[in-house]
Design a binder for this molecule. Structure first.
Ligand code: ADP
Ligand code: MG
Length: 257
């Protein structure tokens, strides 16, 4: 049965999408069957794996708002073992359209439950907010992976996220766990990065992954080529560390963190 991991942080630009695409592609490279679910109306994970959003008639919107089966919307990518449920700009309306509907928080869960057995990992790329789309992701997920950028105010806003996770645990998804905290965009030339690492480790202790994603130009370039780093530049430092992270995620699955 596939493990569903929501990649969440309501701050924008912290590396959610980059981590979803590249952790997903690395897990796929290691032989896992991986599904990415893009629930950010910006659709950056979708374009990041080379899918042209303009060509799509259907996306995750149709699952959430029209109860379409996930398998109808799930498409393969050019990367072996890697599929995606894409997002288009149509999704921007979903947050409001869902408000008056019954069981609005469990729409995604119901749909993913039906295809979960086809995959080893399902990674959900969340939007930069704690609204209904993110709640749907947290309700569907077995666990949450939180990317934290190695920058000033790294921990800012995280108590809000942890509160939301607690509320979801209480009312919608008792099993929800924290999978891990991923430090991203480390600039090794500055002391600031080291300070942030210490601070985040104090707060999250052994939940912090050993793999720390460096700021890496190739990681920033890959999306404009519609390729994960495993394809765009498999020898880059970025590719190397995301592969290490994938191994860590697989190990954590075997022991309980
Ligand atoms: P989020 O999904 O949290 O908004 P993104 O993954 O889209 O964040 O990252 C924000 C921007 O930073 C993007 O332009 C992305 O290409 C770039 N980026 C992300 N991680 C790295 C990295 N490790 N090194 C260099 N650029 C990165
Ligand atoms: Mg994003």
């Amino acid at each position: 049965m596939g493990k569903i991991i929501a990649i969440t942080n309501q701050k924008g630009g912290v590396g959610k999408t980059t981590s979803t695409v590249n952790l997903g592609a690395s897990l796929a490279q290691l032989g896992n069957k991986v599904l990415l679910v893009d629930i950010d109306p910006q659709g950056n994970a979708t374009s990041g794996v080379g899918i042209n959003k303009g060509d799509m008639d259907q996306c995750v919107y149709n699952i959430l708002v029209e109860d379409l089966d996930a398998k109808e919307v799930c498409i393969p990518t050019d990367v072996e073992n890697l599929s995606i449920i894409p997002a288009t700009i149509q999704l921007a309306g979903a947050e409001i359209e869902l408000v008056p509907t019954i069981s609005r928080e469990v729409k995604l869960k119901k749909s993913l439950d039906a295809i979960k057995h086809n995959f080893d990992y399902i990674l959900i790329d969340c939007p930069p907010s704690l609204g209904l789309l993110t709640i749907n992701a947290l309700t569907s997920a077995d666990s949450v992976l939180i990317p934290v950028q190695c920058e000033y105010y790294a921990l800012e806003g995280l108590s809000q996220l942890l509160n939301t996770i607690r509320l979801v645990q209480k009312h919608l998804n008792k099993q929800l766990m924290i999978e891990g905290v991923l430090l991203t965009m480390l600039d090794a030339r500055t002391n600031l990065g080291i300070q942030v690492i210490e601070e985040v480790k104090m707060y999250f202790q052994d939940k912090v992954y050993k793999s720390i994603i460096p700021r890496n130009i190739r990681l920033g370039e890959a999306p404009s080529h519609g390729q994960p780093i495993t394809v765009y530049d498999p020898k880059s430092k970025g590719a190397e560390v995301y592969l290490e992270l994938a191994k860590e995620v697989m190990e954590v699955g075997e022991t309980v963190r």
